[in-house]
Design a protein around this ligand. Structure first.
Ligand SMILES: [Fe+2]
Length: 385
């Protein structure tokens, strides 16, 4: 199918000091007053200072909500909305990993739309134009700065609510590799492997397009080479820059091609066991890839070649070599296992059927090249412990 639709932020500034354009970009969008959404670590780290200086120099007022201390939840959104009602900003600025950006996306449309957050679960339910949003990622992973997706955990139901709408795409993304230099090893691994999962799933997705293919394969190439280097050498600017570029490309790809079985299965793990998103994906990726290869050997062989592996002259063998390489990258980054994070067989037993149902209900598994039955998903969960 040649036809496709592609959505992305109106402007992406990429490169060292891109974040310093925040004052001029906010002014260009007509803002006078901003609400910065961030996490407590960033708020106290000094990392925000150049961003605040840029806003002040542009004559803009701002307040800060810095309580996004975990994966994004309904509580964060409610607290942020209440601050918004007092301060009445005309623009939201998210600074952080995927969590503050996802909270800001939810707040941006809840500020201008009626009802509760739960009403907007699913695709294209946001009717009114949200407050404009500028996103500045400080991790190289979620790609949330360039996606029309937000995922908020409903704390009452222990469900990750997936909300997709072109209206919640950030207006501007300022993607600055200098902000990722200080990331600790564990965070580099978790976020980087999330990005690699985005790229792989976007490429094999049944919703892949000619444009997302280019971005996804390029992201796989960038991430497979540079993420292990960034992990080993946290101050390596070139590796950090190329990893962030890979994460951005992967974000643009999956925002338009969707993710697949790994993400569908990862969300219930995160919602029920509070395992960080990137770790859930990393724990599932290799086994789910192995399961999915036979659904599209040709595409998985492309992934192997993008990672620099030799073409073995046989698509299933080349595809398998690619899956082995991904498993090795994950192993080398010493990501904790699900069991180490408390997801034991005993804890999985009573909830695994519901997890498989929730995974299927999210819709993502339907994009997988090989469609998994509920029983197969249950078996995969156990295999990934
Ligand atoms: Fe993800």
């Amino acid at each position: 199918m040649i036809n496709f639709t592609f959505r992305c932020p109106a402007i992406i500034h990429f490169g060292p000091d891109a974040a310093l354009k925040v004052g001029s970009e906010a002014s260009r969008l007509g803002a006078k007053s901003l609400l910065i959404v961030t996490d407590p670590f960033l708020a106290s780290s000094g990392l925000l200072e150049p961003i605040k200086k840029s806003l002040t120099e542009a004559g803009l007022a701002f307040s800060i909500y810095s309580e996004v201390n975990t994966e994004p939840t309904t509580t964060h959104v409610a607290e942020c909305l209440s601050q918004l009602k007092t301060k009445k900003p005309d623009l939201l600025l998210a600074v952080g990993g995927g969590s503050p950006i996802d909270v800001a996306k939810a707040v941006s449309f809840m500020a201008t739309n009626p009802g509760s957050l739960q009403d907007y679960m699913g695709i294209d339910k946001v009717g009114q134009e949200p407050l404009p949003l500028i996103a500045i990622p400080t991790t190289a992973g979620t790609g949330s700065e360039a996606t029309a997706t937000t995922i908020i955990t409903d704390l009452e139901k222990d469900v990750k609510m997936l909300i997709i709408s072109p209206r919640i795409m950030p207006k501007v993304a300022l993607v600055d590799p200098l902000l990722t230099l200080g990331m600790p090893k564990g965070l580099t691994a978790a976020t980087g492997l999330d990005a690699l999962t985005h790229a792989i799933e976007a490429y094999v997705s049944r919703k892949a397009t000619l444009l997302t293919d280019i971005l996804a394969l390029s992201a796989i190439k960038l991430l497979s080479v540079n993420l292990p280097v960034a992990f080993q050498e946290p101050q390596n600017k070139e590796a950090r820059t190329k990893t962030l570029l890979g994460a951005l490309k992967a974000g643009l790809a999956f925002s338009n091609a969707s993710v697949a079985l790994v993400h569908g299965m990862a969300r219930p793990v995160g919602a029920l066991f509070h395992v960080p998103h990137g770790i859930s994906n990393a724990a599932l990726l290799a086994k789910v890839m192995e399961f999915s290869l036979s659904g599209d050997y040709a595409r998985y062989a492309d992934i192997a070649r993008a990672m620099g592996l030799a073409d073995l002259g046989d698509e299933p063998k080349t595809a398998q070599a690619g899956a082995d390489k991904v498993a090795q990258i994950i192993k080398d980054m010493a990501v904790p296992s699900l069991t180490a994070l408390g997801v034991t067989k005993e804890k999985l037993d009573p909830v695994v059927q519901k997890m498989a149902e929730d995974a299927i209900a999210s819709g993502s598994p339907a994009n997988n090249p090989k469609i998994a039955t509920k029983e197969e998903i249950v078996a995969l969960y156990y295999a990934c412990l």
